[in-house]
Design a protein around this ligand. Structure first.
Ligand SMILES: C[S@@+](CC[C@H](N)C(=O)[O-])C[C@H]1O[C@@H](n2cnc3c(N)ncnc32)[C@H](O)[C@@H]1O
Length: 434
């Protein structure tokens, strides 16, 4: 038995190399998958195999030879670079281990990692923008300790707790167009967090999750190109140019956008601008406000027996081309300033004046507010309540499914919520006529 505390971790390239594997249970299944993923050729010796092993045999017939019997002595180890045993019989595992030792072949006894000189650490493989990283943790014979530490490092790598920027050698820059979701930090994807953890520069929109941005280290340069309605401080061409210039300086650039980059977000233009300059671009989808903001008000865009389809539009000029029934949900983004014209056009195009409408302002933010009416009265209600952008307008029967208790549900993690604007009373008063 080796001294596991002083074990030396070694990385093996198993491509095309023979691994002799003994046993056919679930432990073998997990390890067999790992060996095959690393390109090994496997000789499997076992009288029976579990379902997972069976599947792997079917997936890789050209790389696994199954000898359907018990261990038959050192001849079974011939030519192997590595041996793995998990037969479930300690005597057989010990025999395989000592025969391997005699032949100077490393042997992993999976059922007793202290019994052999080799063991496989808890592992994770994380793809960072600067390259793939394999983390291997050896817990001194305590697998639970090893997996706990491995999981901690994995999480830190993915969420930016482990800052990779300091270790980067300045090379070619890149751009990631990251969809930040509707504004709530929790609705940014794991991949978005990973890329932010590597960014030197973050180019941020007004509707991107600001909490995430505020927690970035001071060494990360934030370029705010946020737009407000009718006021575009940084034109799109300039935003494109910033992305290109920063990447050409060798910086890792995250363009953090609200919602999804490809839903009325000009992400396509930004990608093309980068590609035209030969800059590598990754696009990370985000949770679009078109779907999530209605959900924050309890409104599913489709609901069995109520609506089977939905359409997302950015302005009222598309309205003549839309299906007229209130069982087809319409979602209007950037629709506040044109709300009256949109409502009138929808009625003119055949929707009932009583068709329910919801306006959800600042979805998922502490000041979220919902106004509910009909096509006939929504514009007046919005004027009365001073409805402002950003807001998502939902038109259709699904609006009837909105939560009455919405403010409490969505505000639980938002201590700054304004009860005067989001109280159920205010919500109820706007629901008259629906
Ligand atoms: C330029 S579009 C960008 C849409 C974005 N790409 C997406 O997928 O959500 C901006 C519009 O999205 C909607 N929006 C985005 N975030 C919102 C939020 N948190 N609450 C309400 N509306 C939001 C508003 O209609 C706003 O005018």
């Amino acid at each position: 038995m080796g001294d596991l505390k002083s074990a030396l971790p070694v990385v093996l390239d198993l491509t095309g190399r023979l691994v002799a594997v003994f046993g056919g249970g679930p432990v073998t299944g997990r390890r067999l998958r790992a060996f095959l993923d690393e390109g090994a050729v496997v000789r499997l010796v076992s009288p029976w195999v579990c379902e997972e092993v069976q599947d792997l045999l079917a997936e890789h017939p050209e790389r696994v030879t199954w000898l359907q019997r018990d261990y038959a002595g050192p001849a079974d180890l011939e030519g192997a670079w590595l041996v793995h045993t998990a037969t479930g019989d300690p005597d057989v595992d010990t025999a395989i281990s000592s025969d391997s030792h005699a032949l100077r072949v490393w042997c992993v006894d999976a059922t007793d990692s202290r019994a052999t000189a080799a063991s496989i650490p808890a592992r994770t493989h994380v793809i960072t923008p600067d390259g793939a990283v394999t983390v291997a943790v050896h817990g001194g014979g305590d697998p639970l300790l090893a997996t706990t530490v491995r999981d901690g490092i994995d999480l830190a790598l993915r969420n930016g707790g482990l800052d990779l920027r300091r270790h980067r050698t300045r090379g070619a820059g890149w751009v990631a167009l990251v969809g930040g979701g509707p504004g709530d930090d929790g609705l940014l994807t794991v991949r978005g967090h990973e890329l932010l953890a590597s960014a030197d520069v973050v180019v941020v929109d007004r509707l991107a999750p600001r909490g995430v941005v505020s927690r970035l280290p001071a060494s990360v340069r934030i370029i705010d190109v946020g737009k407000t309605t009718g006021h575009h401080p940084v034109p799109q061409d300039r935003i494109n140019a910033i992305l290109v210039e920063e990447a050409e300086r060798g910086h890792a650039v995250v363009r953090l956008k609200g919602g999804d980059p490809y839903v009325l977000g000009r992400g396509g233009e930004e990608r093309l601008a980068c590609e035209a300059h030969g800059i590598p671009v990754e696009v990370v989808p985000g949770v679009t406000s078109a779907v999530s903001v209605p959900a924050a008000a309890g409104i599913p865009l489709t609901h069995r027996g109520v609506a089977k389809a939905f359409t997302v539009v950015s302005g009222h000029e598309q309205i003549p081309t839309l299906p007229p029934g209130s069982d087809h949900t319409l979602v209007l983004l950037m629709g506040v300033s044109t709300l009256r014209a949109s409502a009138n056009a929808l009625v003119a195009e055949g929707r009932s004046a009583n068709c329910p409408v919801a306006i959800i302002e600042r979805g998922y933010l502490p000041t979220q507010r919902v106004t509910i009416g009909t096509l006939a009265d929504i514009a007046d209600l919005a004027l009365f309540r001073g409805v402002e952008s950003p807001a998502v307008v939902v038109v259709g029967d699904v609006v009837r499914l909105a939560h009455d208790d919405l403010p409490q549900r969505t505000m639980t993690s938002s201590p700054g919520a304004s009860t005067s604007t989001t109280s159920p009373t205010a919500l109820t008063s706007t629901r008259t006529g629906v």
